[in-house]
Design a protein around this ligand. Sequence first.
Ligand code: ATR
Length: 259
Amino acid sequence: MPKKCCVIGHPVEHSLSPAMHNAAYRELGLDFKYDAVDVAPAGLADFMRLLRAGEYLGVSVTVPHKQSVLDFANVVSPHVKAIGAANTLFCDDGKIVAENTDWFGVHCALDEVMDLKEKRILVYGAGGAARACLYALRNAKAELFITNRTISKGMALANEFGAQFCEVSEIPQVDVLVNATSVGIGGDDRLLVCPDWLKCTEYVFDMVYTGTVLEQVAKDNGCKIISGKKMLLYQGAKQFELFTHQRAPLEVMAQSVGL
Ligand code: ATR
């Protein structure tokens, strides 16, 4: 019997994680299998019982469970504590351990293409994805700005991470725009900033990897695009290493998601 890993979410069919992890198992000849498991919020407790019983070696966690899984974790890593969300679970000696590798995905995706020092970076959004992003940028010596539709949430996050809050209508010109909102997931896709503003933005990093309107318009206006698939790749590679204790075959994983 192969060892089992999976991604849980609701919905989850769109996830590229099964293709990416299974490609890595094949490459290294590991007897592992990775599935997508649709878990509705009401079914989370039952799923956790399976995990505790040893049914899965490792679990990737996506929307809407990244915060609620913490209610079931026996051990949370310092990254999870600081970010307030987990994208990774595994069972160690009957204990559920919660980890976060999203921040590492953000760090690698940005670090690969630029020196963040003295860059002006605007994070759009104030949910879990934005928190992972700001945590990744906390030591970057970059100038950080936050904007968000709900002002109070954006302000609180800006305070917590030493960033400057700006209302959506008053965003300053920056070097890097990060879309950390959920806009573009599912049917709700719209342009978050005006095309003229994008003309002076060097990089756009969309954490949503489905190919958003923002990404397309940014490209049309001369911005360099950092694909959300890069973040998917690096957060997944870290998970692979946690689950299998083997070094992740990055190139194969990248190809499997179309990078
Ligand atoms: P996640 O954990 O994936 O980050 P979340 O915590 O629900 O998801 O956060 C979603 C983010 O997307 C929030 O910043 C949300 O803005 P609000 O705080 O105002 O809710 C943002 N968001 C979602 N839909 C949006 C929309 N149509 N326009 C602008 N921002 C939106």
